[in-house]
Design a protein around this ligand. Structure first.
Ligand code: ADP
Length: 713
């Protein structure tokens, strides 16, 4: 080889070596880099491994816990199941579970006890087989029924939804109630309860209740009988005492007779209160709604109260809206009792003053019921605040010096409240000690749609003066009449002589001398309308009266009188002679006959007195009486039978119906219905007072009859 080529070769070798060295260096760097990355990755991996290991450790711990919980839960579930079965065993009832194919899957001992020794009935036994075994072994007493039918019925029962509860009777007389329920998986859960004892208890309770009811009925009947038995002789006692008081008596005898009368009356009040209270207590008070006129009822009560004031200076007033609804449907007798007690108390607990009954007849709702509010106000002794709730309790009274001057049983308000509450109403009191009280009854009353509504006055400008009216009554009348278009002014007697009104209402409560003076000075063309009791109108004024309105005044009468008021015209008295009253009365008891005649001695009349119903019927056609009074219990023919016969005679002879008023000692609920069904218009409960008899006479005697009572003015 030449030197040249040798150098070239070395050159080439150097270059190759250099290239190889560069490549080596590069590869070394790459290796280094790869190593570094590997180290970083290894680092990361080792962290991940550590984390994973930690996680695994945590999971392993959790797993242990879950296993522990599961174990605990399984134990608890086992315990709960055991407890459940223990409980199911502990209850005295049979319990069984059937699957959706109605095969027995579980049952407690009580359920299985019935099948003891019967191999066929065990877990897996179908229900129809269980029923069949019950029949075959005579375990259920089905009486005369067919066993196959019974099995079919029991299977059909399980088909129904919900499954009806039933009771079966076992061979040993015990009664088992079966209650079966479909479970969520379509199976049946069956509960069998031995109800023998509770059925026996129920039967015993039924017996005890029947016995108690019978005893209560016996008590009511006894009370009714007792009240009847006591009332009849009391009629004689009270009536005779009243007559005795009208005769010439020495002062001492007067006191004796007065004591007999008032003691008799007190005794009657007590008897009636106890009778009512025991009826309320035994829930035996019956309510018979009937159409009634509230205004008429209140007028009647106030007039009766007026008659019983015995000179006590008490003014009674009724404020019934002139165009207000008066016809309602309720138990009139009970409402009368409520109002009688409130008005009676108002008068009783007041030496003198005013008693006013305010009525708000309400407005009918869609169901035709009105909230009727009746307030009885008095200006009496009042009731202390702390006693206002107390007085509604039975036998509760205000025990203070002022109060105990007045008699009473303390039962009245308890009875009144009881009745009001049974009529679904409320009774409240408000009172100012020493100034007076007011009791308010609020009752939901059905409006009597058949009752006539008040007729409006013919339109005419009228002016009217009121003389002798005071306070709230004057105000009430003025407002009410103003609503009818009548201009009203209140005047004193001195102003009468110069009155320019179309008419004047004079209250007969004014002193007699003042009324006489009015009659003398009143312009002759001024129509005078006297308002109040006839007895209080002096003859001079009576002669000048164009009309006489009773007080409290019925709104219908007031409207009639006002309608007739014309511009001043002289009065014309009606002088047509009046017919004399023909009365037929039937009463078997001599003493009561005597009392009756004496009570009516002031009435001008032809009285025919007979001693039984038969004689009354026989006398009827000849006499054609204007009015008949009859006792109920009489020999041969009683009052009810006589009334029925008389009604027949009237129908046969085309005669108008004669008012028949019964006089009865009975006080029971159903008497009223029977009396009315016999065609009797009204009844008086013995013993009745002269005022009640006179009231009935005035109410039922034909208006064209002369009822003057010469000795009473
Ligand atoms: P009685 O009137 O028979 O005592 P009540 O039950 O009717 O029984 O009344 C209970 C009590 O309530 C009365 O005794 C009386 O103290 C009081 N009381 C009732 N109404 C009034 C009244 N209008 N004014 C004052 N006190 C009254």
């Amino acid at each position: 080889m030449s030197i040249q080529s040798h150098d070239d070769f070395i050159q080439q070798e150097r270059r190759r070596r250099l290239a190889a060295e560069r490549l080596l260096a590069q590869k070394s760097n790459e290796l280094l880099e790869a190593n570094r990355q590997l180290a970083t990755h290894a680092d990361k991996l080792s962290y991940t491994v550590i984390e994973q290991r930690e996680e695994n450790a945590t999971l392993a711990g959790e797993n242990q816990k879950v296993l522990a919980h599961l174990d605990l839960a399984t134990k608890q579930a086992g315990k709960a199941e055991q407890r459940l079965w223990d409980s199911l065993e502990a209850i005295g009832d049979g319990f069984a579970v059937y699957d959706r194919n109605w095969c027995l899957v579980a049952a407690n001992r009580h359920y299985m006890r019935l099948f003891e020794g019967i191999e066929d009935v065990g877990l897996g036994a179908p229900y129809d087989l269980v029923l069949q075994v019950l029949m075959d072994e005579g375990l259920v007493d089905i009486g005369d029924a067919n066993p196959d039918d019974w099995v079919d019925e029991m299977l059909a029962r399980w088909e129904n939804r919900p499954v009806q509860t039933t009771v079966i009777k076992l061979y040993n007389g015990r009664s088992i109630q079966l209650q079966d329920k479909v479970s969520s998986d379509g199976g049946m859960v069956s509960m069998c309860t031995d109800i023998t004892e509770s059925l026996e208890r129920e039967a015993a309770m039924r017996e005890a209740r029947d016995a108690a009811e019978a005893a209560n009925r016996a008590k009511s009947a006894f009370l009714a009988k007792m009240s009847h038995e006591i009332r009849t002789p009391m009629n004689g006692v009270v009536g005779m005492a009243e007559l005795l008081l009208e005769s010439e008596l020495t002062n001492e005898d007067q006191i004796y007779a007065e004591t007999i009368r008032s003691s008799g009356e007190s005794l009657l009040v007590i008897i009636n209160d106890i009778l009512d209270f025991s009826k309320l207590e035994a829930d035996k008070m019956e309510f018979r709604p009937e159409p009634m006129d509230l205004e008429v009822l209140l007028l009647e009560l106030l007039r009766l109260s007026e008659a019983s004031l015995d000179g006590k200076p008490v003014n009674l007033a009724l404020h019934y809206p002139i165009m207000g609804q008066t016809g309602f449907i309720t138990d009139q007798g009970k409402l009368r009792q409520v109002l009688t007690n409130l008005i009676g108390n108002a008068i009783k607990f007041m030496p003198e003053g005013h008693v006013t009954v305010d009525v708000d007849p309400g407005t009918p709702d869609a169901a035709g019921r009105s909230m009727v509010k009746i307030t009885v106000r008095d200006s009496g002794i009042g009731i202390p605040d702390e006693m206002q709730a107390h007085i509604f309790g039975e036998f509760n009274q205000v025990e203070d010096e002022m109060n105990r001057k007045f008699e009473g049983t303390g039962l009245g308000l308890a009875i009144t409240k009881g009745i009001v509450e049974r009529l679904e109403g409320t009774l409240t009191v408000a009172s100012d000690l020493g100034k007076g009280s007011h009791f308010t009854v609020t009752l939901p009353l059905e409006v009597d749609l058949r009752s006539s509504s008040p007729t409006a006055l013919p339109p005419a400008p009228r002016t009217l003066a009121l003389c002798g009216y005071h306070g709230p009554t004057a105000e009430f009348l003025t407002n009410e009449l103003a609503s009818l278009g009548v201009r009203v002014k209140t005047v004193t007697p001195d102003e009468i002589a110069d009155l320019d009104t179309d008419a004047v209402f004079i209250c007969t409560c004014l002193p007699e001398a003042v009324q006489i003076q009015i009659s003398e000075v009143a312009p002759t063309d001024l129509p005078i309308i006297c308002v109040g009791t006839h007895a209080h109108t002096p003859k001079q004024l009576a002669a000048r009266c164009k009309a006489h309105l009773s007080w409290p005044t019925a709104n219908a009468d007031l409207r009639t009188v006002i309608s007739a008021i014309q511009p001043r015209q002289p009065s014309q008295s009606d002088t047509a002679p009046l017919e004399t009253l023909r009365m037929l009365a039937a009463e078997d008891n001599m003493i009561n006959q005597f009392v009756f005649q004496k009570m009516l001695k002031a009435v001008e009349m032809d009285l025919t007195m007979v001693e039984n119903g038969r004689h009354a019927v026989e006398a009827f056609l000849d006499l054609k009486p204007h009015i008949i009074f009859t006792d109920i219990s009489m020999p041969e023919m009683d009052g009810m039978e006589a009334a029925r016969e008389i009604r027949k005679l009237e129908a046969e002879h085309g005669l108008p119906q004669t008012p028949i008023i019964a006089m009865t000692a009975h006080a029971m609920e159903d008497d009223e219905d029977r009396i009315k069904a016999a065609g009797i218009n009204h009844y008086l409960t013995k013993p009745f007072k002269k005022s009640a008899l006179m009231d009935a006479l005035h109410r039922f005697a034909p208006s064209e009859i002369n009822l003057t009572q010469p000795d009473e003015g």
